[in-house]
Design a protein around this ligand. Structure first.
Ligand code: SF4
Length: 391
C-alpha cells in the first residue's frame, strides 16, 4: 500500500506495528489535537487511497445502496460483487423485486449464505411498495423499520443515498475504533457496544460524511485487518492506542470462549433415472424457504423412502459435508437412495428435477456441494461405463 502524504509524522511512516518507544508516545495534548482531525485524516486518506469503483458507488439510488448494504452484512466485498451485479440485472428496482416470487429472489441469493437477508430484502421491497408508494423512505426511523435493516445498515444507507450525518458501526468499524481508542472487552457486549457507538457519533465530521463513512469502511477492510494490520500505512496510526501499546493482537477482544456445538444430520438423496427429489424447507428457521434434501433419521431410512413415494433398490454414501453457522457447526451425511420412482405423485413443496436443473434451484451452499459431488460421481460412472462398452 502506498503511504499517505497526510503529514501525520514519523509514527505514521513506520512500516510495522511494534510498540512505540516512550519518546515517540503521544502526549495528552498531542492526542487531543490529533483526535480533532480524526475525521479529516480518514477523509484525506479515503480520497487518495480508498475504494472508488465498487459497483454500488457513484450513485444516490437508495435501492442499489440498500441491496449492497444488505449483501455486505457478514460478507466480504469480493464475494458480494458478482452476486450484486447479477441481482441488480434481474431486479433493477424495488418494484421488480416486490413482484418477484420468493423462489426467484432466493435463487439469485443462493450461495451468498445468511438467507434471512434475502427473504427480508424481499419482504421489505413489498412493504416499500405498499406503504411508501414504491419510494425508498427518507426518514432514518422508517429505514430502521424495514425488515433486516439495523441501526448501522440504516445509517449507511442514509449517508450514501441522502447525505445524512449518521454514524455506522459495522464489524470493520468496531475493530478500527476499538483499536484506535483502546476499548477493551468483546464488542458484542452491550456496554462495550454503547461505548463504541458514542465514539462513532462523536467523531462524525460536519461535511463529507459519505467520504468519511466510506473511509472508515475501507480502513477496516484494507488496513486495520483482523490479523496483521498495516499500521504503517494507516492515517490513524499517530493517535492509535492499540498500535502505541502493542495491543493490535488483543483488540478488539474475541467473543468469550464458548466452543461451537457440533451437530450432525443425515440427508436422503433420492435418485431415480438421473433425477433427484428436492423439498422446500419451512419459511422460518435454518435455510428457510430454500430447497434441500429431506432430513431423515438413520434408523428409519426405509420408511422414509416410502413416505416420499419411492422404494430404494440400493443405498450408497457420499462424503460428509461440513458447514459452519454462527452458533454451531453442522456435519451433513448424504445417503443416496437409488430408487424406482413409482408410488406417489409429486406433492406441493416437493419436486423431482434432473441434476442440472436442480443445481439452478435456490439451494443452501452445502446442498449445492452435495449435488455437485453427485454429478461428478455420475459423470465418472457414465465415463467408465462408456469405456467398458468400447472394449
Ligand atoms: S487503526 Fe488499525 S491499522 Fe490504524 S494504526 Fe490502529 S491498529 Fe493500526
Amino acid at each position: 500500500m502506498t503511504k499517505t502524504s497526510n503529514g501525520t509524522g514519523d509514527a505514521t511512516r513506520r512500516s510495522d506495528n511494534r510498540r512505540a518507544a516512550p519518546d515517540e508516545r503521544p502526549t495528552a495534548n498531542h492526542e487531543s489535537r490529533h483526535l480533532k482531525d480524526f475525521a479529516a485524516r480518514v477523509i484525506r486518506w479515503q480520497r487518495q487511497l480508498g475504494r472508488h469503483d465498487l459497483p454500488w458507488q457513484g450513485t444516490r439510488d437508495a435501492y442499489r445502496i440498500w441491496v449492497s448494504e444488505i449483501m455486505l452484512q457478514q460478507t466480504q466485498v469480493s464475494a458480494v460483487i458478482p452476486y450484486y451485479v447479477r441481482f441488480l440485472a434481474r431486479f433493477p428496482d424495488v418494484q421488480s423485486l416486490a413482484v418477484a416470487s420468493e423462489d426467484d429472489v432466493l435463487a439469485h441469493w443462493s450461495g451468498l449464505g445468511y438467507y434471512a437477508r434475502g427473504r427480508n430484502l424481499h419482504r421489505a421491497a413489498r412493504l416499500i411498495v405498499e406503504r411508501h408508494a414504491g419510494m425508498f423512505p427518507l426518514a432514518f426511523e422508517a429505514v430502521c423499520a424495514l425488515p433486516g435493516v439495523g441501526r448501522s445498515t440504516a445509517a449507511a444507507i442514509c449517508v450514501f443515498a441522502f447525505g445524512q450525518r449518521r454514524a455506522i458501526l459495522d464489524g470493520n468499524v468496531k475493530r478500527v475504533l476499538a483499536r484506535h481508542d483502546g476499548i477493551a472487552g468483546y464488542p458484542g457486549n452491550r456496554a462495550v457496544q454503547d461505548r463504541l457507538w458514542s465514539i462513532a457519533e462523536a467523531r462524525l465530521p460536519a461535511r463529507e460524511i459519505d467520504t468519511y463513512t466510506q473511509g472508515l469502511m475501507d480502513l477496516g477492510a484494507g488496513l486495520c485487518k483482523r490479523r496483521h494490520p498495516d499500521c504503517g500505512g494507516c492515517p490513524l496510526a499517530q493517535t492509535c492506542v492499540a498500535r502505541r501499546d502493542g495491543l493490535t493482537g488483543q483488540l478488539p477482544a474475541a467473543r468469550p470462549g464458548k466452543r461451537l456445538a457440533q451437530r450432525e444430520t443425515t440427508v436422503l438423496v433420492l435418485l431415480s433415472a438421473g433425477e433427484v427429489l428436492l423439498e422446500k424447507r419451512p419459511a422460518s428457521g435454518i435455510w428457510g424457504g430454500l430447497w434441500s434434501f429431506p432430513e431423515v433419521s438413520e434408523e428409519q431410512i426405509d420408511g422414509a423412502t416410502l413416505s416420499y413415494g419411492a422404494r430404494a433398490d440400493s443405498f450408497s454414501r457420499l462424503s460428509p459435508v461440513e458447514h459452519g453457522f454462527t452458533h454451531f457447526k453442522l456435519r451433513i451425511l448424504p445417503l443416496v437412495a437409488h430408487v424406482a420412482r413409482e408410488l406417489r405423485a409429486e406433492q406441493p413443496g416437493r419436486l423431482w428435477l434432473p441434476l442440472d436443473d436442480a443445481l439452478t434451484a435456490p439451494l443452501p451452499a452445502p446442498i449445492r456441494r452435495i449435488l455437485g459431488q453427485l454429478r461428478t460421481d455420475r459423470s465418472a460412472g457414465e465415463h467408465a461405463a462408456s469405456q467398458r462398452d468400447l472394449t
